[in-house]
Design a protein around this ligand. Sequence first.
Ligand SMILES: Cc1cc2nc3c(=O)[nH]c(=O)nc-3n(C[C@H](O)[C@H](O)[C@H](O)COP(=O)(O)OP(=O)(O)OC[C@H]3O[C@@H](n4cnc5c(N)ncnc54)[C@H](O)[C@@H]3O)c2cc1C
Length: 402
Amino acid sequence: MEKIEVAIIGGGASGLFLANALADGKRAVVFERGERVGRKLSATGNGQGNITNLAADTTEYFCVDERSKEKIAQIIRAADQKRLTAEFRALGVLLQADERGRVYPAGKQASALTDALRFSLAQKGVETRLNARIVHVEKSDGGFVLTAEVGTEKKIERVFAQSVVLCAGGKAAKNFGTDGSAYALAKNFGHTVTPLYPSLVQLKTETAYTKTLKGIRVADGGLTAIAGRERLALRGDIIFTDYGVSGDATFRISAFVADKLEAGVTLSIDFLPDVSEREILAMMERKRAAFPALGDGELLFGILNNQVGRAVMKRADGRMEGAAKLVKDFRLPVTGNLGFDYAQVTKGGIPLAETDDGLQSRLVPGLYFAGEILDVDGPCGGFNLQWAYASAARVASVINEK
Ligand SMILES: Cc1cc2nc3c(=O)[nH]c(=O)nc-3n(C[C@H](O)[C@H](O)[C@H](O)COP(=O)(O)OP(=O)(O)OC[C@H]3O[C@@H](n4cnc5c(N)ncnc54)[C@H](O)[C@@H]3O)c2cc1C
């Protein structure tokens, strides 16, 4: 049987970061079930590759198992955005931040990130085996035996590895090879998986008052999610759709509501966050006095998008006070989300408490985890790739010391 030192399961972001961080001379192989490595990485940030964020503050990360917060913070601090940026610069990729702190390759092509890592791996002699899906891993003397299904004919191949790193991602966006099936590889060793939720995903809402608004974008609106006593307010674009809402504000808030939907979540839209309710009402009153012939539906003309104005007036039964309130607090109960197929990340995963400080399994020495397969997720804006990078760096440093 072929013998290697390190088997990396998954040639996505964390698998490639990890392989790149391994010391030269390690006999490592990246097993990727798809036809190419870094398929998701090459699609990130709308194809522009939002790899990290200048504000990738350690407190921004979520985990279902709240005990993990400090460990996540330590791991991110040890391999932060500065280190990531310097490493990519060393690979020949210039990273630049936009006005919101989101960091991209200067050429705004996510594929540049994948290419840089591919070239580096080739240079280091790390092999990537494509169309090789690991279907089983078992403990063996001094290491592990991995079973791979290779090629379209699913030929079975077995490889012995001293260490195994599970970088197989989560359950979100299965078109990139992440259908959640890889959790079974860890469960087989006795690991648990927290409840899983789609995050960074469009939200379904009650649509009775928004049917006419499909396609309308509220630029830099205010969006608040109310979940019992908890609430999160942020600003950004909100786009009305036939099922509910999309847009960057929705994506960002979806990370907060992901695990609260069953208990009930309501969204509140503020169409004009910089204008007070009193000012809006005063403008409407002046308009009514100046143009008595205007119908109720037109009173918000010039203040809001016409269709939004009409929808607001209709919901307020034509009453100006009610309409002014609704402009600032347009409530939509959330009825669900578009699910894992549309989500960018998975909330939940293998609890960090089941790993040591080097992200090595506490149950099976020699087995490590990095990336989204762990119970860590971040908000929109480069935080998730930063986690993939930092967790991979942590594992690599431990393996390199061996
Ligand atoms: C459309 C989209 C846009 C995104 N944009 C951003 C962004 O701009 N910024 C950001 O920070 N994050 C973004 N994300 C999230 C980010 O891409 C992920 O969090 C990150 O890629 C996770 O890295 P990973 O290595 O854990 O998993 P992945 O990158 O998902 O890689 C896992 C790999 O493992 C392979 N695999 C799975 N099972 C097996 C198996 N049994 N055997 C062999 N191979 C296997 C899969 O084919 C896949 O290639 C985006 C996600 C999506 C879907």
